[in-house]
Design a protein. Structure first.
Length: 200
């Protein structure tokens, strides 16, 4: 299947997440510009370092945007309630490197295996790899029309064997011409509302 990096799961992800449901966050890739090899536990180690005080702006961004305007959470409360994984299963040499198409294609089965293992109710994707998912996942359908980026739907509903999940696109904070955080928080509110409506 090609998995290398094990996902991070907060202590409350499976029981009593603050959102009342399970949120999986997907980033793009790890970066490794040191001589030390990147190990399979790197995702968990990076999150542990961040929660211990290391400055990692990307994780602060996720904790601000993903709750929308509905929850005011400390970073500890947020990260206890979510799971996180990167789509690409090999580290980039530096922040200036981008995954190749082969990296994206190799990440597809790993992504769906992660979904099967962690059983999220909703997935927020902060990666350009989002673009491959509607084409490769049977049963996916756009939920409403449009999104932050224009007429193409950025929110999809997938019918899995035993359940349904929502998958929503968000921009990575380094994306060009990125809308403001206020715009992304409003988009998160929209996604949460769609999930609640589906639950009735």
């Amino acid at each position: 299947m090609g998995r290398f990096f094990e996902p991070y799961t907060g202590n409350s992800y499976f029981k009593n997440p603050v959102f009342g449901c399970r949120l999986l966050l997907i980033g793009e890739s790890h970066y490794n510009d040191s001589d030390a090899p990147c190990e399979s536990g790197a995702t968990r180690e990076v999150l542990d370092s961040f929660l211990s005080g290391q400055a990692i702006p990307f994780f602060d961004y996720l904790a601000e945007v993903a709750p929308g305007n509905r929850w005011a959470l400390t970073k500890e409360e947020f990260w206890r309630s979510v799971a996180f994984a990167n789509f690409v299963q090999r580290p980039m040499e530096s922040v200036s490197h981008r995954p190749a198409q082969a990296d994206i294609e190799a990440g597809i089965p790993v992504f769906w295996d992660t979904v099967a293992r962690l059983a999220p109710d909703i997935v927020f994707m902060f990666t350009s790899a989002w673009n491959v998912l509607p084409e490769v996942a049977p049963g996916g359908r756009p939920e409403g029309t449009g999104g932050v980026g224009g007429p193409k739907s950025w929110l999809w509903r997938y019918a899995l064997a035993d359940r349904a999940i929502y998958v929503a696109r968000f921009n990575h904070p380094s994306a060009r011409n990125n809308p403001s955080r206020a715009v992304w928080k409003a988009w998160a509110d929209h996604c949460w509302q769609a999930l609640e409506t589906s639950y009735g």
